[in-house]
Design a protein around this ligand. Sequence first.
Ligand code: SF4
Length: 131
Amino acid sequence: MTFKKILPFPAKACSFFVHGRCVAPKTGQTPGEDERQCRVFELWERLQDNALDMAEKWRLNGNQAVQLVAGSLEQAQDLGRLCAGYRADGTDDVLDCIFAHEHLCIQILPPCTGVCPRFQARSKPVSDLFH
Ligand code: SF4
């Protein structure tokens, strides 16, 4: 007699399901503190914060501050150098990596193991999930 393995029910209809991973927010963590964030996105945030701190310290006006931020971000556009896992998506998105899901990196997210108590039905029809 052979026993068949019971597989968990796939959770493709869950709003947290993205490419087999679970994007459910961790409890008690704000997005900026999330270690699952894309490292490039995180670096850009840090550069922007540093530039704004400098602008405040040097008492720059609005335009000068914007230029300082833009200048500091301009030097961090080579995504392939910033992240070894980066794979171009071929889109016009600023962060055009196939693994980027909003500010999160799909490679770091835990795999979805099937329907769980945090399941939340998607608002989109299931037929849209495979596009
Ligand atoms: S693999 Fe892509 S999404 Fe993940 S950290 Fe690198 S650039 Fe960001």
